[in-house]
Design a protein around this ligand. Sequence first.
Ligand code: AMP
Ligand code: ZN
Length: 687
Amino acid sequence: MAPKPSSMPRDRHEELVRELQAHDYRYYVLDDPVVTDAAYDVLLRELRAIEAAHPELVTPDSPSQRVAGEARPNVVKVRREHRMFSLDNAYSAADMVDFDRRVDEGLPTGEKASFTVEPKLDGASVEVVYEGGRLVLATTRGDGAEGEDITINVRTIRGVPCRIPHQGKLTLRGEIVIYRKDLDALNVEREAAGLERFANPRNAAAGAVRMMDPREVARRPLRALFYQLVEGPSLHARHSETLDWLATQGIPTHRLHVVTPWEGVLDAIAAIDRARPTYPYETDGAVVKVDAYRQQGLLGATSKFPKWAIAYKFPAERATTKIRDIVVQVGRTGALTPVAIMDPVELAGTTVTRASLHNGDQIKALDVHVGDEVEVQKAGEIIPQVVAVVSRSREAGSGHFQMPSSCPVCGSKVVARLREVDKPELGAEAALRCPNRACPAQVQGRILYFASRPAMAIDHLGESLVAQLVEKGHVKDVADLYDLDEATVAGLERMGKKSAQNVVASVQASKERTLDRLVGGLGIPQIGQVAGRQVAEVGHTLEAMLAWSPDEAREKIASIHGFGPKMVDSVVEFLRDDAERAVMQKLALRGVGRPQPKEAVATEGPLLGTSFCVTGVLTRKREDVHLLLRAAGATIHDAVKKGTTYLVAGDKTGKTKLDQAKKHGTRVVTEEEMDRLLAGETLPAAS
Ligand code: AMP
Ligand code: ZN
């Protein structure tokens, strides 16, 4: 039987912190979770509710703070106690033999070293310091001597334990990475939100660690894997033993290292190279280290790197093929992307025929022409890139490819828009966009997106069918789908009576999807499925969202946990846009989207049967107050209406709210009075 939860808030808080951390450990370190994400969220919510009522229990290392931090105001540089070195590189067996010889020369005559061989993780390096069992500092590599303080960002990484058993000072180095599968999911999200896909996990991770707003960081599926002890207990004589010890402290490591005498090193490197595709993260080489700390000390370091370690770099996977054509694709958001169509070629285990050329500048920089023989590379990217021209062909008609000045689909004059790139040092980059919202390519993209699995999941609505529906003018926006009849669909190419029936039936069936899928499917910039769900939770119905005034909309959306200013602006603007509103109204009229179920309500608690509306500025986040009230059995009303029991009036409560309260006989209480109600007290009769 599970132990009974403690009833004292402080004890329960401690219990929850431990429990959440144990789940993080199972998930991120052992890769073997024992609870669902939903069950995890329930615990986290309870923790937040306790912290809302007892702010003194909130510590910076509480699991609740992983997503709650405020943006840091500026970049703070930290001088490190131990310089953070880079690694010497090797590219061949001969380089490795040289390394072994240098190690031999650096050790007393006749003494042999043994080596650890481990994967070289391809991400962003980080140093963390634990003191008294708590994470107190995290820094980037910077110039080695000095790094940037990114502690609040690293605290958002659930796999990095906030507390460890070891109490002494512990300084570790590691790599912040994104697993391949997590990047795929993130890219689906980003595409959904109208953002650019990340080309590879390294860029996504490196861009994230230095962001100023930890709420944005928390949205990236970052992990940290540690590979080196810099300062800590002298428990072990060898690096390999320390890696094992770190795992017992709940600290994630790559969990893959072999210890071998020199004779086994090259084989171990080859084994890592072969196993690379099976690792969850990107690996760009193998790191070979002298295992014994005493020997490391004897070997020392140059001004740039330790003499006891070396990175063996694997060559990137490349292939050569010929460019047949360059086409320009127009996406759902109107973005124009040049794509090279190539002779099929085998690359990193798959056959590829298309490679992204990114933009016109890239084409010029590479000087790529149709007919050229090119080298394509896949170094962690999802989509292969053209990296170089191998042999040029200047056959008739193979002039320089120019990005079109009008949309290849609808002919509108294209506009340049600045798009954000994830490398702040590069600044913004100009991209071309078709500004015509009615452009068939965009309409088609929006409909396919709306119908896709994570959104409304409308079966039988394939690409060629949607193309025909748009071309023939049967469908101009997503709401028109719901007016389609069998006769219209049956009249299209390759459409029998039976398939037409299927199409119409699945469109109609999708009316039953809940609001979260609908909101996620609208393609609101910055808002993917996860954020869409959060928006739906505060909106409940499409009608309610359409009825919000812009101020109301801003207030509601800004109260959503983890929403930064950009996301809030995006939703508010979308809800104000006439064209978008018209589509949403059409959807509402056709009865699309079921109301979002409210969060499960407590079945006991001192406030059971009461309802609250919370307004004005309180000492805590409104969302947290809501959680607290719900946990005590109360229902939350977004506005004061008939039957609202209490109005909690914070600072700057509007007169309308107070008038409404008077009208409906709702009792107005202060935040402090609310706390007493939460504690089960009864208030003296109102005067
Ligand atoms: P480089 O950036 O090419 O000079 O390579 C050095 C960097 O490799 C280090 O600063 C670490 O960030 C990174 N690295 C990745 N995996 C490991 C590992 N297993 N051991 C040591 N360094 C690693
Ligand atoms: Zn167009």
